[in-house]
Design a protein around this ligand. Structure first.
Ligand code: ZN
Length: 257
């Protein structure tokens, strides 16, 4: 089996160096993971990289615009199914896959793991001890999270499962997956407490929390940070640690233990 990466030409504050499109082959057949945005040059590079191989599928980790829009046109052109968890704005799967699904590539096999959190429809793909992580875990940047409870559970789910490498949707490959996952969990727990501290300190809205907690972060990323803060707030509500009074957020006293 062989893994190749083709970097899409869509660098930016949300995509790092651009989207990583992954090609996995067994020497005879191949699949494409996350073909990215519609871009003829990128499409040509993907197809050129797979010269001599037989396509069997185009997969998406999730339906965000930097991952999925090229999937349907490319799959049609290659005459193979597009695989994904559910339809999205620019994507409609021919075959829906989810937790426990498998995709065969000749003699080798990808296992599908549902990892909601960054997005409800997010999947990771496992090939032996390698995991294609999409935007669940990124190389070198923090992930925007829609649902914090699910996100943390989806990280825990991957811990200690014998992985040796992570191939993300953006940035470089990562060794020592359990260490990376621990760092992500720790980072989120820290943010969780920082957000609670900001509320205790008088920040009463998402914008005010972002100002405090993300003061060292590029303001261009603040709208993204606001979504993650929102996801943390939902979890803090669920945990009974905050409440809202009128339009203002208030921290609740912790129960004596
Ligand atoms: Zn992405």
């Amino acid at each position: 089996m062989r893994i190749q990466r083709v970097l899409a030409n869509n660098p930016g504050p949300f995509t790092g160096p651009g989207t990583n499109t992954w090609l996995v082959d067994d020497g005879g057949e191949y699949v494409v993971i996350d073909p990215g945005p519609v871009d003829d040059l990128h499409r040509d590079r993907i197809v050129a990289q797979a010269t001599g191989l037989i396509p069997v599928g185009v997969l998406v980790t999730h339906t965000h615009i930097d991952h999925a829009p090229l999937a349907n046109p490319l799959a049609r052109e290659l005459g193979v199914p597009a695989y994904g968890y559910a339809p999205g704005p620019d994507f409609d799967p021919d075959l829906r896959i989810g937790e426990g699904s498998v995709v065969d590539i000749g003699q080798t096999r990808l296992a599908v793991i549902h990892t909601p959190g960054h997005a409800d429809d997010h999947l990771c793909f496992r090939l032996a001890d390698v995991l294609f992580t999409g935007d669940h875990i990124m190389g070198g940047s923090s992930v925007m999270v829609e649902d914090m409870g699910s996100y943390l559970a989806s990280l825990e789910k991957l811990r200690g499962t014998g992985l040796s490498r992570l191939n993300p949707g953006h940035g470089e490959d990562m060794d020592h997956p359990d260490q990376v996952i621990d760092w992500y969990l720790e980072h989120r727990r820290q943010r969780h407490e920082e957000i609670l501290d900001a509320i205790r300190g008088g920040a009463a809205s998402i914008d005010e929390i972002v100002e405090v907690v993300y003061r060292d972060v590029d303001p261009a990323l603040h709208p993204l940070a606001a979504r993650s803060v929102d996801a943390h707030l939902v979890l803090l509500f669920e945990e009974g640690r905050i409440a809202s009074s009128g339009h203002e957020l208030v921290a609740l006293p912790t129960n004596p233990t």
